[in-house]
Design a binder for this molecule. Structure first.
Ligand code: CA
Length: 393
C-alpha cells in the first residue's frame, strides 16, 4: 500500500511539473472530472487504494486533463514538501503545510532529478497497464446480458474492423451527405440488442416521457441531453463490465453495427419489410422492440421503429480513410440514425444521416446504448506525455 500511494503521488508530482513547465489548461472531459473528484474524496477519506484506482481513471480518460488541475489538488491536500519527496507514510494529513506547490514551482535541479525518477516509474507502470488490456477476440454477434434495476439488457459484440461508411453512387435515393469512405474501428464494442425500452428508461430515470406507452416499446421523446443523463446514471451504478463504460454509439459504430458486414441499402436480409417498422407497415405507431428480424450480428430495429441518437456532432464526412472517427469538432447538431415508424423506406437506409439540436424531443426519436472500452490509445498518449516529462534534466 505504501508503494501504491507513493506511486500515486509520484504521478501527481510528475504531471504537475509538466503543467508548470508548459502551462497547458485543457478542458476536462466529464469522466475525467468525475474520476478526479473521486480521487480527491478518497484521499481525504484516507482510502489510498480507491484514490489510486481513481487516478488511473483520470489517466485513462484524459491524460492531458490532469496537469491543469494539480494546482487545485495541491491547495486541497496541502502536502508538505519533505513528505512528498521522501518516503510517504499514509495517511498524509490534508491540513499540513502548503509547501508542495511552491517547491514544484522553484524546481531546483535535485528536484528535477526526482521528477525524472518518478517519470521512469510511471512509465513502467503505464506499460504494465497497457499489457493488462485484454485482447478482443470475441466473435461478432456474441451475446451478453446485464441485469440493471431488474431488467435484462442484452448486448451483442461488434468486433474491431474496417468498413465502407456511407452509400455508393448507384444507391437509390442516396444523399450527397453520404459520401462513401473507409472507416477503421480499432476497438470492438458492445451494442444493445434493441433500442432502449420504456421499461429500461423508467427504471433508471423514474419517468416515462414517451408518446406511445408500453414498457417494451422503445422510449421516445428523449433529447440527446436526456440520454446523457440516463447514461451518466447507468455508469454511476458501477455495473458496466470491467474496462467498459456505457455510451451512445458513435455514428461510425452505429453504421458499422447496422451493416454487420452488408453493403446494400439495408442490412440483414436486405428487405426493409423483414428488418424494420416504417411508414408502410407500422400503422402509425412504434412497435415492441425485437419483433422484426435481427441483422447478422443479432441487432434488432436498426432500420425504423425509432431513430437513434449517436454521440457525434454532425458534420461533413471526410474524403479519405479515417480511424475511430467521433464526428465534427464543432457544431450545433447531434446525429441520429436508422429512420423510424414515421419514415418512408428511403429514410431507413443504413447510410441515412439525421441530425437535430441536442435538446429536441420527438415521438419518433429514441436511442440505443453501447458499451465501449476505455481506449488503449489514451494510455499510449500518457506514455508519450510521460516521455516528455522525462526529458527534463
Ligand atoms: Ca431504430
Amino acid at each position: 500500500m505504501k508503494t501504491t500511494f507513493t506511486l500515486f503521488l509520484s504521478c501527481l508530482c510528475c504531471l504537475f511539473f509538466y503543467a508548470v513547465s508548459f502551462g497547458q489548461t485543457p478542458a476536462p472531459p466529464t469522466e475525467a472530472a468525475e474520476a478526479w473528484n473521486s480521487a480527491l474524496k478518497s484521499l481525504k477519506d484516507s482510502n489510498w487504494k480507491q484514490a489510486d484506482e481513481s487516478f488511473d481513471l483520470v489517466l485513462l480518460f484524459a491524460p492531458k486533463y490532469a496537469p491543469a488541475h494539480i494546482g487545485k489538488l495541491c491547495v486541497e491536500l496541502k502536502v508538505p514538501e519533505e513528505r512528498f519527496l521522501g518516503n510517504i507514510e499514509p495517511p498524509v494529513g490534508i491540513d499540513e503545510l502548503p509547501n508542495f506547490k511552491t517547491a514544484l514551482e522553484n524546481a531546483d535541479p535535485a528536484y528535477k532529478r526526482q521528477i525524472q525518477g518518478y517519470a521512469d516509474t510511471l512509465n513502467l507502470r503505464l506499460k504494465a497497464m497497457l499489457e493488462r488490456v485484454p485482447k478482443d477476440n470475441r466473435k461478432a454477434g456474441e451475446r451478453v446480458e446485464l441485469k440493471i434495476k431488474g431488467i435484462d439488457y442484452a448486448f451483442r459484440w461488434c468486433p474491431a474492423g474496417t468498413f465502407l461508411m456511407g452509400s455508393p453512387q448507384n444507391e437509390a435515393d442516396r444523399r450527397d451527405t453520404e459520401n462513401q469512405h473507409r472507416v477503421t474501428l480499432s476497438s470492438g464494442f458492445w451494442m444493445l440488442e434493441t433500442e432502449v425500452t420504456q421499461g429500461m428508461w423508467a427504471s433508471v430515470m423514474g419517468n416515462n416521457p414517451s408518446y406511445f406507452k408500453g414498457i417494451k416499446l422503445p422510449v421516445e421523446q428523449v433529447s440527446w441531453d436526456d440520454c446523457q443523463e440516463y447514461i451518466k446514471k447507468l455508469n454511476g451504478l458501477g455495473i458496466a463490465p470491467k474496462g467498459f463504460k456505457f455510451s451512445l454509439p458513435t455514428e461510425a459504430q452505429w453504421e458499422y453495427a447496422c451493416r454487420a458486414g452488408t453493403t446494400g441499402a439495408y442490412g440483414g436480409t436486405g428487405k426493409l419489410d423483414d428488418m424494420g417498422w416504417y411508414s408502410d407497415n407500422s400503422g402509425g405507431t412504434t412497435h415492441v422492440v425485437g419483433t422484426k428480424r435481427a441483422n447478422a450480428w443479432g441487432l434488432f430495429d436498426m432500420h425504423g421503429n425509432v431513430w437513434e441518437w449517436c454521440s457525434d456532432l454532425y458534420g461533413d464526412y471526410p474524403n479519405g480513410a479515417v480511424t475511430d472517427p467521433v464526428g465534427a469538432n464543432t457544431g450545433s447538431f447531434r446525429v441520429f440514425r436508422g429512420g423510424s415508424w414515421f419514415c418512408s423506406a428511403e429514410y431507413c437506409r443504413s447510410a441515412v444521416r439525421g441530425y437535430d439540436t441536442p435538446g429536441n424531443r420527438y415521438h419518433r426519436l429514441g436511442f440505443r446504448l453501447s458499451l465501449v472500452r476505455f481506449s488503449p490509445e489514451s494510455v499510449m498518449s500518457v506514455l508519450a506525455f510521460v516521455s516528455g516529462c522525462s526529458t527534463v534534466r
